[in-house]
Design a protein around this ligand. Structure first.
Ligand SMILES: [Zn+2]
Length: 286
């Protein structure tokens, strides 16, 4: 289970075989955000909210293989197989294998037109930037607005932390405080990141998408820009993970009391959230 997590989390899907899957397949290039186990049920979540749920029952099992390693069960018994860089995770004989979108009201708008998809070819950066700059709730934190499909479609939770860091924005910056130039920069950065991931998935020799992550999963490590310690916190109603550097993500700091009242000691935080950064855990242990 922890091996499955270590192999998959933070990596982009290069190939998805789902002969036994009931529901939509993840898009190639999307990053796996979490792997959770509850009894004989295993859930794999992508950063765009797609969940793969497998109930193993008595006969089902997940196997993890190195790339090119022969499988110990025939392909005919596979219900779903996920290929990432260096690894294939395959689920055999599970009675229930289904995918669905995690309920999130930001992702299930009851009104309005959704925005252009930033992960497609030739994304409408200016159009999305305009939606961001003209957002109806001027006090909404940018980090929430980035997941609103009326503003941007295609950005997931992993890239959200990355985009905010790259733009030096405070994670709780208010959308109404951004200049039009900053909106363009934010959306352009997001589009570039999504495009890179899509290109990786198609490359003959794909690179490790984790190498691109500068804050996500790196809690307790030094920030590559300012040397401060990268922090982590669970936020919002879905308790999604946010990584950021308080040292250099200072633009449009709203001076929220909440952040000041509960400063996080990086070391206990790193220990508490180490499950969120499994590849770091193995690095630290080694
Ligand atoms: Zn920093």
């Amino acid at each position: 289970m922890s091996a499955l997590r270590t192999a998959l989390v933070g990596r982009a899907v290069l190939r998805f075989d789902g002969p036994g899957v009931d529901g939509p397949a993840p898009s190639l290039g999307r990053v796996i955000e979490h792997v959770n186990r509850t009894g004989r049920r295993i859930q794999i979540g992508w950063d765009d909210g797609l969940i793969l749920h497998t109930r193993l029952g008595l006969a089902g099992a997940w196997h993890l293989y190195r790339e090119g390693e022969p499988w110990r069960k025939p392909f005919a018994q596979v219900r779903v197989a996920i290929t990432v860089r260096g690894w294939v995770a395959a689920c055999f004989n599970a009675p229930v294998v289904e995918t669905y979108r995690e309920f999130d009201r930001h992702r299930h708008p009851s009104f309005g037109r959704t925005a252009p998809d930033l992960s497609g070819r030739g994304p409408d950066v200016a159009g999305c930037a305009q939606r961001l700059g003209g957002y109806h709730d001027r006090d909404a934190p940018v980090l929430d607005v980035l997941l609103d499909p009326h503003v941007v479609v295609g950005l997931g939770n992993v890239q959200r932390s990355e985009v905010l860091w790259r733009c030096g924005l405070h994670p709780f910056a208010r959308v109404g405080d951004l200049t039009s130039g900053e909106c363009l920069q934010l959306v352009g950065t997001a589009a570039a990141l999504l495009q890179r991931n899509a290109d990786y998935a198609l490359a003959a020799d794909p690179v490790d998408t984790r190498d691109d992550l500068v804050v996500y999963g790196r809690n307790g490590q030094r920030c590559g820009r300012c040397g401060d310690t990268i922090q982590v916190r669970r936020i919002g109603e879905h308790q999604r993970v946010l990584y950021w550097c308080a040292g250099c993500q200072t633009a449009h700091d709203p001076h929220q009391v909440e952040l000041d009242e509960a400063p996080m000691d990086p070391r206990p935080a790193a220990a508490r959230y180490v499950v969120d950064s499994p590849w770091r855990r193995s690095d630290l242990a080694g």
